[in-house]
Ligand binder design. Structure first.
Ligand code: ADP
Ligand code: ASP
Ligand code: MG
Length: 461
């Protein structure tokens, strides 16, 4: 079971989480608990290091003090036993002193590398693990916090590390399974791992979901439950569509597309470790545990002609490579995407006109300078000869995606989708359909994105 940032934001929330764990334990379930940092903490830790790199040495001190007082406040109300509370606070101070020391060196060097950022941002989750484990012990439930660096082994892609399955499994055998066998609940900070040399890494923002899935796989779990602050996966982002509804069941494929195309409810890589083993995933609400939530597994029979959800991704740009000289010339697409790959940019969507005179694709706006630079260099000769007219960029676009396996092979769905957009006067810049046929993505301007999502939600879902 994994509990997100809002679910562990303060003493009251952590007490609610502990009650859920106790109830599940009494129901005979054997639990391993993964926790996020308190809401806002990872952002604050990042802010402190970035300010230090930019020459400001006051922000990280304020951040460290702020986090320590939040931890102390929670400890005072959650951990009545004096000794246990003092031990938690000594540990918390040690963790935050580590953060301050890292920020001091960042300030001196005026640079924060991805490796250093991981070291600094991995301080939030362990604090919650300490608080929750101590609180559970105070309730008479055996629990112990476990350092995530000793459990989840990863490669060294700092800020976006990938798990090493065999090593993680071996570390779970050494450090997690013995606790479970003794009836002790392991409480592990999510988001964090370490290389085999012991250097801390993180799994990318929102990565605690991924941690839970990695551990679910390594421990051969029966289920993985993600506890969050909404009733399950909803038909749209509730911040944009207030009447979004809970989707009772989704397939791994559907939820994978949903997370990839921007639904913030789940880290996009979460399902990967679960698919092979067929471990079901549940999304549930910490604040309404009685609500069933969303079940995600392999066996979902789609209802033909239905769309399950709509998502949006913002902060994107569309890059176009175009020119008459591209027609029938092999290798242009390969060279285009090799140039993109050199920037490690994530391509959300690709579309090529059938005349082969242009290729356009959508990437995060932050990657545009690198990608256009690489493309200009790659095609310098073709640009000089006017075989390629230009490498153009359209900024401030969004990808809106309608998805659901029920769309497969049903032509009417696309028709309904485009009619709805037309009625709301949304201008479509580009279209792509996933080869799984379980999603259709459209590119619209930032100005049109809310109308597009609302139109699809209202008329198609
Ligand atoms: P946690 O801290 O528990 O990991 P997140 O903030 O990462 O929670 O994810 C939950 C949030 O995701 C919800 O509060 C909701 O605002 C947002 N969200 C966006 N799209 C969806 C969706 N389709 N279904 C559910 N929640 C969504
Ligand atoms: N605390 C991390 C973040 O905010 C990981 C998580 O909450 O899933 O990104
Ligand atoms: Mg999250």
């Amino acid at each position: 079971m994994k509990f997100g940032g809002t679910s562990v934001a303060n003493a009251e929330a952590i007490a609610r989480v502990a009650a859920i764990i106790q109830e599940q334990t009494m129901a005979g379930h054997c639990n391993v608990v993964v926790v996020s940092a308190m809401g806002g903490v990872t952002d604050a830790l990042t802010r402190g290091v970035s300010a230090a790199a930019a020459g400001d040495d006051s922000v990280y001190c304020d951040v460290a003090n702020g986090i320590l007082s939040r931890t102390r406040e929670a400890a005072e109300s959650l951990i009545p036993a004096h000794d246990d509370r003092a031990a938690v606070l000594v540990n918390a101070k040690k963790i935050m002193d580590g953060y301050t020391a890292v920020c001091e060196s960042v300030h001196v060097l005026a640079e924060a590398t991805p490796r250093v950022l991981d070291r600094a941002t991995s301080c939030g989750e362990p604090l919650v693990a300490l608080l929750l484990a101590a609180h559970l012990r105070g309730m008479g439930v055996s629990a112990q916090s476990v350092k995530p660096e000793l459990v989840i082994a990863t490669d060294d892609t700092f800020q976006d590390a990938a798990p090493l399955t065999a090593e993680t499994r071996a570390q779970c055998c050494d450090r997690v399974i013995p606790l479970i066998s003794e009836g002790v609940i392991p409480v592990i900070g999510g988001f964090i791992g370490a290389t085999t040399e012991g250097v801390p890494t993180t799994l990318g923002r929102g990565g605690s979901d991924f941690s839970a899935a990695i551990l679910g796989q390594a421990l051969d779990a029966d289920d993985v439950w993600i506890w969050t602050d909404v009733d399950g996966v909803l038909t749209a982002d509730p911040r944009l569509v207030p009447n979004a509804r809970v989707i009772p069941v989704l397939s791994y494929g559907e939820v994978g597309e949903l997370a990839y195309f921007g639904a913030a409810v789940l880290h996009p890589r979460t399902i990967r470790p679960l698919v092979d083993e067929g471990i079901p995933l549940w999304i549930k609400n910490t604040f309404h545990p009685e609500v069933e939530g969303t079940r995600i597994d392999a066996e979902v029979s789609p209802v033909a002609g239905t769309v399950k959800a709509v998502t949006d991704v913002r902060g994107l740009s569309m890059v176009t490579v175009e020119g008459r000289g591209m027609l029938g010339v092999p290798g242009i697409a390969a060279r285009t995407f090799e140039a993109v790959a050199r920037c490690k940019a994530n391509v959300l969507m690709i579309s090529q006109a059938s005349s082969e005179q242009s290729i356009c694709f959508v990437i995060p706006s932050d990657d545009v300078p690198c990608v256009t630079g690489e493309l200009d260099e790659e095609f310098a000769l073709e640009l000089a000869r006017r075989e390629i007219d230009c490498v153009g960029t359209l900024a401030d676009v969004c990808v809106v995606t309608a998805l659901g396996a029920g769309m497969r092979g049903i032509s009417g769905v696309a028709g309904r989708l485009f009619m709805a957009l037309d009625r709301h006067e949304v201008n479509i810049i580009a279209i792509a359909q996933g080869s799984s046929e379980c999603s259709v993505s459209i590119v619209v301007t930032e100005r049109d994105v809310e109308d597009a999502v609302l139109a699809i939600h209202e008329e198609v879902i």
